[in-house]
Design a protein around this ligand. Structure first.
Ligand code: F3S
Length: 401
């Protein structure tokens, strides 16, 4: 592997053991994937934040690395944690978990990572430009950055993203290289795809089929960034899709170049099988979850309209980035939503929260990614449908027929 003199010095420990360790991780990965060299990164996003997943061993690993003098060299943010740092007590999470979770976030801060805990960093200032090399690890954010923004990242693991932040570079393989960004799967849409849950259902279907291939969508028409966010998140959850192109919409979707000549074709006649796969039999709904991936201001405004003058019967949580929550407070949206009894929460994700500490058994969500992960990660039976169906379930506590 071709390393510069500076990189060789970093690897030899000239900048301390913390930097040497970061280089070792990046170079080892680069060797595995056949990288010829390293590439500087402009932004990093680190997953592996919930204490539920990290445990004491993970926390110790972070603390040791910080003690070795390791610090992020480029702007870096975190994935959601297991709790809202301010509202955890009211939600019923234990003091014990909250204490360990705070310790994890503090360990990351000691490493120079901003305690911005969100899976949508691109909505709160961590916005890469077209062509930027970055190292992100949250799968839905990786998909958005590659596909919608045209930045370049592989689907990093938590430690490799952290290593990239500390080294300021990553190994140049995979989606950092032009030749790997072309589509091997042409997806022809032959049905209406209108609602946010439709985009998620489509993503669920295509992700299962594509696995880690790059899909090229035809027939989707105009799509909003929020719809693309749902599509990419679902494909990253049911498969391992890290980059996709949408004809006439995404920045690298120049058909003659983006689609490999020897591609496979998938025709999607309807979305029924995805809706069926993502729905359990549950009728009574204990908890309704919006904001997976974390909600943007547009989604929060829509929920405020739908909940106006109503009262929820089921616990109803909207998860978002803390900075978006602040803006929503400024626009009166949080007060409006919370007057219905629903909560607008920051920093957290239900999939990595210690949900076993609470008494919920069933959940409704318009997120295909949430519906994919919640049964196995949070142990709840899930109903998946439109935002309107989920609002109805929040109001009545019953999944609408
Ligand atoms: Fe984000 Fe958690 Fe959903 S990380 S994409 S809210 S599963």
């Amino acid at each position: 592997m071709d390393l510069s003199a500076e990189e060789r010095a970093m690897l030899a420990g000239d900048l301390g053991p913390g930097v040497a360790k970061a280089l070792e991780i990046i170079v080892a990965l680069g060797r595995v994937y056949g990288a010829r060299g390293l590439v500087p990164v402009t932004s990093v996003q680190v997953a592996g934040v919930s204490y539920r997943n990290l445990g004491e061993a993970g926390l110790q690993f972070l603390t040791d690395w910080a003690d070795q003098g390791a610090r992020a060299q480029v702007p870096a943010t975190l994935n959601p944690a297991g709790i809202d740092a301010l509202a955890w007590r009211e939600l019923g999470f234990s003091e014990e978990f909250a204490g360990r979770q705070m310790a994890v976030v503090q360990a990351y801060e000691a490493l120079g990572i901003a305690a911005t805990c969100t899976c949508t960093p691109y909505l709160v200032g961590n916005v890469p430009s077209f062509g930027d090399h970055i190292a992100w690890s949250e799968s839905s954010a990786v998909s958005y950055a590659n596909s919608v923004l045209g930045a370049r990242t592989n689907r990093e693991g938590g430690p490799s993203a952290l290593a990239a932040a500390i080294a300021g570079r990553t190994a140049a393989y995979g989606f950092h290289l032009d030749q790997n960004r072309r589509a091997a799967l042409r997806v022809v849409i032959r049905c209406p795809v209108r609602t946010l849950s439709d985009f998620g259902a489509l993503g669920h279907l295509v992700g299962k089929h594509a696995r880690d291939k790059v899909p090229f969508f035809e027939g989707l028409g105009e799509c909003s960034p929020t719809q693309l966010k749902a599509l990419g998140a679902a494909m990253a959850a049911s498969g391992a899709v890290a980059l996709y192109h949408v004809d006439g919409v995404t920045p690298e979707a120049d058909r003659s170049h983006a689609l490999l000549p020897e591609h496979e074709t998938l025709v999607v006649p309807d979305l029924q099988s995805a809706y069926a796969a993502l729905n359990a039999e549950a009728t009574e709904i204990d908890l309704v979850w919006f904001g997976c991936p974390h909600a943007g201001l547009d989604e929060i405004a829509q929920l405020a309209r739908l909940l106006e003058g109503r009262r929820v019967a089921a616990a109803t949580w909207v998860t978002t980035a803390r900075a978006i929550r602040e803006r929503a407070i400024g626009e009166g949206l949080v007060a409006s939503i919370e007057s219905s009894g629903a909560r607008v929460l920051a920093d957290m994700c239900l999939v990595v929260a210690p949900m076993q500490e609470l008494a919920f058994r069933t959940l409704a969500t318009p997120s295909a990614k949430g519906a994919t992960y919640v049964p196995s990660h949070a142990g709840l039976a899930v109903r998946f449908g439109t935002i309107e169906q989920c609002v109805e379930a929040a109001i009545t506590g019953i999944w609408p027929a």
